[in-house]
Design a protein around this ligand. Structure first.
Ligand code: NAP
Length: 306
């Protein structure tokens, strides 16, 4: 079996940027992706903070442009769910559905997945009114009443997307100040079509076979309230998809990988990039930046370890 210079796991902005840089350094590499190229960006309704796009661009469009660039440079994106990663002497062995690959280095850029709230009813009614993705599921709620939970950019973008489709959108946040960008908050307030319920804590998703209402607690008075709705969109952050790296390299208690300033993990030859990495800020530009640094690090490593 051919031993590649590198395998990149994840075709989000971090993985695709790593692919661009490795291809331009003349390194053999393959990107493996379980879903669609673009990762979280693909499901972002609008992106307006990525330099070079003066007008807001749909996340899916930006993801497709990145994928085109990667493919033009000759990097193959294989569609498979990776099930194991092992380091054997001087190479990595990656196995997945219909997949077995070997490489001298590996760039892990598998990103993150939505973090559940962990309240009663959430798991039971997932797919029956509970969702973590407005662009994927919003159309199922056309003309209906929905609630968005969270105060970060994901929740604000989600509310902005849904207010154009749904009959009503209530945005529930546990504090009276949003965490997300002021510009987005102002725009939502300006539209006047999103009802803001600040300082409310979600307690339970109610409904028999589908969502019927959301039970909330007014943090200031302690009183509870059942808010009638057909859908509940949960945006309370993300968690790293780093299960496959357990035991291979150092991570923090939450599963974020510890890297040095060349994105190298504690395991020789294993680099990480994007949302999987322990760092202060997770944005698309920071993910692409990580991907670039990881690829340059890999190139240097391969030069030193011929
Ligand atoms: P986030 O910024 O971590 O915000 C999570 C929100 O959920 C916070 O407002 C938090 O409240 C709330 N929350 C957490 N646990 C909760 C609980 N148990 N009950 C109720 N509320 C809870 O996550 P995010 O919005 O998904 O964003 C993640 C990163 O991606 C951020 O860096 C964000 O800027 C970035 N992002 C960027 C874009 C863009 O630029 N286009 C779009 C989306 C996301 P508190 O505020 O009280 O902690």
């Amino acid at each position: 079996m051919q031993i590649l210079d590198s395998i990149i796991i994840g075709a989000g902005p971090a993985g695709m940027t790593a692919g661009i840089y490795l291809a331009r350094s003349g390194r053999s590499c393959v990107i493996v992706e379980a879903g669609v190229a673009g990762g979280q960006v693909f499901i972002n309704h609008l992106v307006e903070n990525y330099p070079g796009f003066p007008e807001p661009i749909k996340g899916s469009e930006l993801a497709e442009l990145m994928e085109k660039q990667v493919r033009r440079l000759g990097v193959e994106i294989k569609n498979s769910l990776v099930t194991s990663i092992n380091k054997e002497k001087d190479h990595f062995l990656v196995k997945g559905y219909n997949l077995e690959l070997k490489s001298r280095t590996l760039i892990y850029a598998a990103g993150s997945k939505p973090r559940p709230l962990g309240i009663p009813g959430e798991e039971r009614l997932f797919g029956s009114g509970v969702s973590y993705c407005s662009t994927c599921d919003g159309m199922f709620f056309k003309g209906k009443d929905v609630v968005v939970i969270g105060g970060g950019n994901s929740a604000l973008h989600g509310a902005e997307y849904l207010e154009k489709i749904c009959s009503s959108v209530s945005l529930v946040h546990r504090r009276d100040e949003f965490r997300g960008d002021l510009m987005l908050v102002e725009r939502l307030k300006g539209s006047g079509r999103v009802k803001m319920l600040l300082s409310y804590e979600p307690l339970e998703v109610l409904g028999d076979k589908k969502v019927d209402s959301l039970r909330l607690k007014d943090v200031k008075t302690g009183k509870t309230l059942d808010l009638k709705c057909d859908g509940v969109f949960i945006y309370v952050g993300y968690q790293p998809q780093s299960e496959l790296l357990k035991g291979l390299c150092d991570m923090d208690d939450y599963g974020y990988v510890l890297t040095d300033n060349s994105m190298s993990s504690s395991l020789k030859g294993l680099y990480c990039a994007g949302d999987i990495v322990k760092k202060a800020h997770r944005q698309m530009v920071t993910a692409t930046s990580d991907g670039c640094i990881a690829a340059l690090g890999v190139n240097e490593y391969l030069n030193k370890n011929k």
